[in-house]
Design a binder for this molecule. Structure first.
Ligand SMILES: Cc1cc2nc3c(=O)[nH]c(=O)nc-3n(C[C@H](O)[C@H](O)[C@H](O)COP(=O)(O)OP(=O)(O)OC[C@H]3O[C@@H](n4cnc5c(N)ncnc54)[C@H](O)[C@@H]3O)c2cc1C
Ligand code: SF4
Length: 459
């Protein structure tokens, strides 16, 4: 969008400092463009050392994705901001975060009386949501762009896999992605035509012992509903270093990637924000863009209006404005500005990626908690004629034992005593269950908690 002013202050104004904004800012700043990044959130405690964030996580009882980034250490970077006047320092934007009235909704189907709440969240922070992402790096498949043509669902994209493939490669080399070229050739390309024009920058992360045991058990098996497909356990490409890459170390395998890698082996957008700033970009944090002021034709942006955390309103202009404020906030800004909505599609069709998590105790030790949270998956169901009837899906094998379920059942202690189930007496695996239902104590209790919660069976 070109602003309707003769001398804009910046060549490019980028709204949002997540991975989209960070990579754009870096490329444009290195091309000697005058770049401004406007970011609604504050700066993570990284400036006080990563250990501060690790400590925040360790001492947090919730172990929620935002727990490393909370605390009093979120500092303003903009000298115009008086830190004494700051309102509460950090904003973690979650659907039900504030008094139940801070929800995002799925807009379709519109149902004002019973809207569906969007259940995911993002980090309102310099560096955005990759602060807490898991780093799994999965490309779209060629058929994902042609859903209507192939399966009569949705609409086709106006671009194809071929159009974006070189940009995938570019991003992979910037971030550092570890993956298996052999598996890609033998599996993704053969099955899904998802070719690669360049090898992965790094070899795949090492499969966990747990993955290998599951592969032995299920590789080659056909499910009755999908007789043509055979299960196959493959490694998952990750934006996590399998060896030293661009001055960051190789993964040490301690399974806390989500929400924070203590050693920066997992890629985070802050890496490219720092690079962009070194190349000359300017960052204004704690500046919430409220509106794009358009020219009379509503075709170009005159000014980007934003509000600082201290309440002051300000504006800025740029030859080009890049909206990189994520899938939730971009539509909000556009709708509020009355911009770019001739299709009436802005703000509609928001989709999360729904997940279903299953847990089980294995008959033999699998030794979880070795390696990133996921090192392998089953991707065979990502595409096929069944997509006429239901969505494609993939299955991650998790290395983190019960920890993901901990938030639901508050394992290992438990928040309440679960009803005892006659078929699966120890399925829940909380201490309350062991003590109250199974009457375990002493060495037996200790051993059972150990078996369930840490090293051996959890899968
Ligand atoms: C728990 C979790 C795990 C995930 N794991 C994975 C994974 O393994 N693999 C994967 O591919 N994806 C994963 N994702 C998704 C992925 O993290 C996001 O899709 C991605 O980071 C989005 O990048 P973005 O730059 O578009 O937006 P964001 O990173 O959200 O950045 C947008 C930025 O814009 C700022 N902003 C918002 N509104 C305004 C405004 N009005 N004015 C100024 N600034 C504004 C925000 O504060 C934010 O910093 C995960 C997400 C979650 C929640
Ligand atoms: S396993 Fe540990 S070292 Fe490896 S990426 Fe995850 S958090 Fe970082």
């Amino acid at each position: 969008m070109r602003p309707f002013v003769n001398e804009p202050e910046f060549d490019v104004v980028i709204i949002g400092s997540g991975i989209a904004g960070a990579l754009a800012a870096y490329r444009l700043a290195t091309a000697k463009k005058k770049v401004l990044i406007l970011e609604a959130g504050g700066v993570a405690p990284e400036s006080l050392g990563r250990w501060t964030m690790v400590q925040n996580f360790i001492t947090s009882s919730s172990k929620a994705p935002d727990s490393p980034f909370c605390g009093e250490d979120v500092l303003p970077v903009d000298s115009k901001i008086d830190s004494k006047k700051q309102p509460p320092l950090y904003r973690f934007v979650q659907p039900n975060a504030v008094n139940g009235d801070n929800y995002y909704f799925y807009a379709d189907p519109p149902n004002p009386t019973n809207p569906n709440r969007f259940k995911s969240y993002y980090e309102r922070l310099v560096g955005g949501s990759t602060w807490h992402w898991q780093g799994i790096y999965v490309r779209m498949l060629p058929n994902d762009f042609r859903m209507h043509e192939l399966y009569g669902i949705g609409v086709n994209w106006p671009i194809s896999y071929r159009d974006v493939e070189r940009w995938y490669v570019d991003a992979e080399y910037e971030m550092g992605v570890a993956g298996s070229d052999e598996e890609n050739d033998a599996y993704y390309e053969r099955l899904f035509h998802a070719y690669r024009s360049k090898p992965y920058p790094m070899p795949a992360l090492v499969r966990s012992y747990l993955d290998k045991q599951i592969a032995v058990a299920i590789d080659g098996v056909a499910l009755s509903d999908f007789p043509k497909q055979r299960l196959k356990v493959n490694t998952v490409p990750h934006a996590i270093n399998s060896r030293e890459y661009k001055d960051r170390p190789a993964c040490e395998g301690n399974t806390s990637c989500l929400p924070l890698c203590p050693i920066k082996a997992r890629y985070e957008a802050i890496i490219h924000i720092e690079k962009a700033l070194k190349a000359g970009a300017i960052l204004r944090s704690q500046c919430v863009v409220t509106k794009l002021e358009l020219d009379d034709n509503k075709k170009s942006v005159k000014r980007v209006v934003y509000r600082r955390w201290d309440g002051d309103e300000d504006w800025v202009s740029g030859r080009i404005v890049v909206l990189a404020a994520n899938g939730i906030e971009n539509p909000r800004i556009l709708l509020y500005s009355g911009a770019g909505n001739s299709s009436d599609a802005v703000g509609r069709y928001l989709m999360d990626h729904p997940i279903k998590q299953s847990y089980a105790l294995a008959p033999k030790p699998l030794f979880p908690f070795r390696g990133p949270q996921t090192t392998s998956d089953i991707a065979v169901f990502r595409d096929g004629p069944f997509r006429r009837d239901f969505a494609g899906f993939k299955t991650s094998l998790k290395n983190d034992g019960w920890s993901s379920v901990a938030a639901t059942i508050t394992a290992p202690r438990g928040a309440s005593i679960p009803p005892q189930h006659p078929d699966t007496p120890n399925a829940i695996g909380t201490v309350l269950d062991f003590v109250e239902n199974q009457k375990l104590f002493g060495a037996n209790l200790k051993k059972t908690v150990h078996d369930h919660a840490t090293e051996e069976n959890g899968a």
